[in-house]
Design a protein around this ligand. Sequence first.
Ligand code: ATP
Length: 436
Amino acid sequence: MPAATMEQVVNLCKRRGFVFPGSEIYGGLGASLDYGPLGVELKRNVKDAWWRAVVTRRDDVVGLDAAIIMHPRVWEASGHVSGFTDPLVDCKSCKQRFRADHVQGGVCPECGGELTEARQFNLMFKTYVGPVEDTAHVAHLRPETAQGTFVNFRNVLETSRLKLPFGIAQVGRSFRNEITPGNFLFRTREFEQMELEYFVRPGEDDKWFDHWRAERMRWYLDLGIARERLRERPHGADELAHYAKGCVDIEYQFPFGWAELEGIANRTDFDLRRHSEHSGKDLTYFDEERRERFLPYVIEPAAGADRSLLAFLVDAYSEEEVEGEARTVLRLHPQLAPCKAAVFPLLRKDGQPERAHAIYDDLRRHFSADYDQAGSIGRRYRRQDEVGTPFGITVDHDTMRDGTVTLRERDSMAQIRIPADRLIEELRGRISGPQG
Ligand code: ATP
């Protein structure tokens, strides 16, 4: 069972400022979405969690941030100019276009009209570099971050002291002129990827492929995705990219069905070999111990920041009834929650607002926090539950007397009293989980 409906999640995103329709005051632009104040925090947290797990915590992976517009020959070498295409069909009646492999039954999904034969449509966005708009100045916005990594392989190797196996990770925007974008954040034309290229000795590739499959599954599970809504789907021989020896998708059960969150591929030495041939530069690795020179193989876990964020939101969303009242709660992992704690004075008098504000100021030096003194305490809790704030801190009469506050946990709604000066330590412990 999917956790929530898309409508519930889309409504919440708009209502509470996670995600807005792009260019809304001009009527919007298809499949272009803007992250609002809470969404931007959530997305940063998703990317940070990935970076911590894939780069910071490991001693064999380093980071890179390559340019979005690259030399046109990169895309010839990578095969994107000739092969990064989707099959496109036109409806002969209503003239709409569709991705052939997304259409069922062979007729137009909009009007039932007859469709043309499929033809290949290149998904790369074109632009011009400099003031002259002619074919000599055509460039593309990158459709993946991976190629920026391959063309920097030698730079990283020469400037770091890494030895195989090692990885180079990137998080950044990619662009694809998708024929049929949709399902909210799932498929847009501009999105962020989180990609690792992990270089290994040929012959050790199967072992590392399995390693990264397990690591990447664990990442989603540790960050709270329900086990039953996550699965691995190995690619069949017919759908395997021409360069790949093996590929497994990690799929999530979205409300619209099972769909890819991340692909983990064994790309062999295809990319380094092609760039080496096209650039004329030596991209081999020299193994000092074995006195051997060879092109490493590459294992690539390629995830999407926006798609993961959507899965985390859908999975966390729940509506329930508490003591006869409806409560919407986002059970986001504390590390992903846009705001970690909200501070409330129970009353707007007796020095409670000042005391609560001082606690809020203190917390903000360590975590993203919020302060709210408007409305009943129940309503204030619910406002925070709905955006996934894991902890509520209430200042009341007793706080003024003995310095303790109430600490309420979002999911269980359990409350404990603790001294205000122990809050930071307590919250830090509770926020850092297995992916801490
Ligand atoms: P799909 O089959 O869904 O088009 P893909 O197999 O082409 O995806 P990859 O090239 O493997 O995707 O890209 C790696 C990851 O980048 C995907 O798993 C996904 O999370 C993300 N991604 C790719 N295309 C988009 C898009 N149009 N919008 C949002 N995220 C995307």
